[in-house]
Write a protein that binds this ligand. Structure first.
Ligand code: GLU
Length: 448
């Protein structure tokens, strides 16, 4: 297959927010597609009509767009039930889909018996032995069938882009349920029909789908199609001591954007390289990640997601971002280039800029515990103009005159100038605060 025929889909189920794990699958699928000048399809897997929600779909799309991904085509499974039914009827007529009448309790019992005997819980195909009378009896009881795809008991093999040779035997797998009791088709067969109809060349997804793929390959063949190539990515695991408030499993891209206030390229930089042999570095542009993408760089081990890495990359990206690139996102219109360039090296998140702005421009309620010391410090303020050496010059003079040093010296100055015990570096802040505001803050009298 020539590279420019590549067509890849990302197929989220709109039953929840887009988490870091599925965002990674999306990103890797997208990077691969773009590296091959292929086409990218966003397919909404909404066959589960009860759990699928429009608000999740919207949030997934927003998340993908925020991360900078785009797609050439859209599809949605709910629009394709007629097509699924057409294929289902054909497969039923060929005996590849068969009706089963067991209740879920009966199936659970069968599984338990097998497991207790130390056997794999493979469906025993009892439904294939039912006589017309048995079926009539079940239907008279009001049972409606669910339907299974009948696997061939033959070897199944594919060469996975990440895992290399993968082998299964049809007889080691349960015939998958493809139609629910209420007649609605399940993801498996719908997904395969879509992959055939949309000419998908590569299916990229998490390794939790490996055994599904074995059954899907037989479905492709039953539909008269050649299976696409597959790439199964190892799933991420939680690293130790992540700093973000939520664990990986509940960490959504929208929360990373809105609650944590991180840069999309921090997420992209980490997700693109995690679990690969390439170094994890901060990228402000995605092109180098597209250019360097290759499945051959992916390992089989479980990559550890550590939100500290995300924060580190975020910082690095902000420190390299120009005023022009960030201007629109600074909520305070008066923030200018000088302010941005001065405070930028101290930002962890973009929202820290507003904190700096307030400390510089006020209003600040100075905290003064020793009027005499504050007055003395005020009298020693160096003459303007101020620069990044002013702080050093000033504090040396105060130290000399008062004999104070360390915390005794710095804390009262910080509290007087900023009203806080912690905050941005004063050497950087002082020139921004400027002589007038500094003097007035130091001259505020201690509260009675
Ligand atoms: N909707 C499926 C999921 O989210 C898609 C899996 C696939 O890529 O085939 O797990």
């Amino acid at each position: 297959m020539s590279d420019n025929n590549v067509k890849v889909r990302f197929a989220p189920s709109p039953t929840g927010m887009l988490h870091v794990g599925n965002a990674r699958t999306a990103l890797i699928s997208w990077l691969f597609t773009r590296s091959k000048q292929g086409k990218f399809l966003l397919r909404i897997d909404d066959t589960d009509q009860e759990r699928s929600k429009k608000e999740y779909e919207d949030a997934i799309i927003q998340s993908l767009e925020w991360l900078g991904m785009d797609w050439d085509e859209n599809a949605r499974q709910r629009d394709r039930f007629d097509r699924y039914n057409e294929c289902i009827e054909k497969l039923k007529s060929e005996g590849r889909i068969y009706a089963c009448y067991e209740t879920s309790d009966e199936l659970a019992l069968k599984r338990k018996v097998l497991l207790n005997r130390g056997l794999p819980p493979i469906y025993d195909r009892a439904a294939l032995e039912l006589s017309a009378d048995d079926i009539a009896k079940f239907e008279a009881e009001g049972r409606t069938p669910h339907w299974r795809f009948k696997l061939m008991h033959t070897p199944i093999h594919w060469n996975d882009e990440v895992r290399g040779d993968v082998n299964f035997k049809g007889e080691d797998l349960s015939d998958p349920v493809v139609i629910r009791e209420d007649g609605s088709p399940l993801y498996h067969l719908c997904s395969v029909i879509d992959d055939v109809d949309y000419n998908i060349t590569h299916v990229i997804r998490g390794e939790d789908h490996v055994s599904n793929t074995a059954t899907h390959i037989q479905m492709f063949e039953a539909l008269g199609a050649t299976p696409p190539k597959f790439a199964h990515l190892p799933l991420l695991s939680d690293g130790e001591g992540g700093k973000l408030s939520k664990r990986l499993g509940s960490l959504s891209i929208i929360d990373i954007r809105d609650e944590d206030g991180l840069e999309p390229m921090a997420v992209v930089s980490l997700m693109a390289r995690l679990g690969t042999s390439d170094p994890i570095e901060a990228f402000r542009d995605v092109q180098p990640l597209i250019d360097s993408f290759s499945f051959s760089k992916f390992g089989r081990g479980t990559p550890k997601f550590d939100s500290n890495d995300l924060l580190r990359l975020n910082k690095k990206i902000l420190h390299e971002t120009s005023f022009a690139d960030v201007k629109e996102r600074l909520n305070i219109p008066e923030m200018d280039e000088v302010f941005w360039n001065t405070t930028r090296p101290n930002l962890n998140k973009l929202s820290d800029a507003a904190e700096w702005w307030n400390v510089v421009n006020g209003p600040v309620t100075p905290v003064i515990e020793d009027d005499e010391f504050a007055t003395q410090a005020a009298s020693l303020l160096p003459a303007a103009p101020w620069d990044e050496n002013t702080w050093q010059e000033w504090t040396s003079a105060i130290k000399e005159q008062t004999g104070r040093k360390g915390k005794q010296l710095f804390m009262p100055l910080r509290q007087a100038l900023t009203g806080m015990e912690h905050g941005p570096e004063l050497a950087v802040l002082l020139p921004l605060i400027g002589p007038e505001r500094a003097l007035s803050r130091l001259q505020t009298k201690k509260a009675a």
